[in-house]
Ligand binder design. Structure first.
Ligand code: FPP
Length: 248
């Protein structure tokens, strides 16, 4: 069977793809297994998608691994997710170095347990000179908190006389978010059939193409990723203009 990969125009690959990985629990439930079984298979999907993104030259891949709201899940599930993350980083670090991947973690890291935070910080430090793919992991992340943080920093700069109120622009806000320096996503994928944003990158997705698929995250592997990229390439992004203006 022909793969969607062969249909992808390699000159028009999105620079930044963001993903809300959803449906691990439902996937496990369908199999009469514990939710954690779904998260474990979800890690295999993460590996597959990271590889796929690297193969076609995506420069930034942002994964929503754990939201600020996820802290209110049962303690065992929170711990299982954290240990999957730490274990995943540990097991994959050699591969990540080989694939020249830079890891960046965004979110409120102050809420993480010391060992998790250490693992995350080590992985960022070890991979900081890698240049192929930026793997951005949103962990303990909430977009409203991120915007509140940015506004506080900006207000502080105004208070200290480092910034004039008239000089505050959209760029000022972008530059104070956790994602400072990272281009806005071109494509946002959400799996599992839910059609909402769930406090993810609210500011950054103003012009992002949205792709919702019923496929559950543990079933979302390379081919499903390539299909999403192909689908994105069939769209016309107008950024508020009309078609005729774009072809000029
Ligand atoms: C959503 O499924 C998934 C999550 C909340 C966690 C995603 C985390 C991983 C795949 C593992 C660790 C991540 C990395 C980067 C190694 P859900 O539990 O909300 O599923 P449901 O909606 O069906 O209950």
């Amino acid at each position: 069977m022909a793969s969607f990969k062969d249909k992808i125009d390699l000159d028009k690959v999105p620079t930044h793809v963001a993903i809300i990985m959803d449906g691990n629990g439902r996937w496990a439930k369908k199999r009469n297994r514990e939710r954690i079984y779904g998260h474990r298979e979800g890690v295999n999907s993460v590996k597959a998608v990271v590889e796929a993104a690297g193969e076609i030259g995506v420069k930034y891949l942002t994964l929503y691994a754990f939201s600020s709201e996820n802290w209110s899940r049962p303690k065992e599930e929170v711990e299982a997710l954290m240990s999957l993350l730490v274990q995943g980083i540990h097991d994959e670090l050699e591969n990540i170095m080989k694939q020249n991947i830079r890891i960046r973690v965004i979110g409120d890291l102050s809420k993480l347990k010391a060992d998790v935070r250490q693992a995350v910080e080590d992985s960022m430090e070890k991979t900081k000179d890698n240049t192929a793919l930026n793997l951005v992991i949103a962990l303990s992340y909430g977009s409203r908190d991120e915007i509140v943080d940015a506004l506080r920093q900006i207000a502080q700069e105004v208070k200290e006389g480092k910034l004039e109120v008239e000089d505050i622009t959209a760029e000022t806000i972008s530059n104070h978010l956790y994602t400072a320096g990272i281009p806005d996503p071109d494509l946002l994928i959400r799996t599992s059939g839910e059609v909402r944003i769930s406090n993810f990158l609210l500011w950054q997705i103003s012009y992002t193409e949205l792709y919702f698929t019923p496929i559950l995250w543990p079933e979302f592997k390379k081919e499903q990723f390539f299909e999403a990229i192909y689908n994105y390439q069939q769209r016309e992004r107008r950024f508020g203009k009309i078609s005729e203006q774009l072809s000029k």
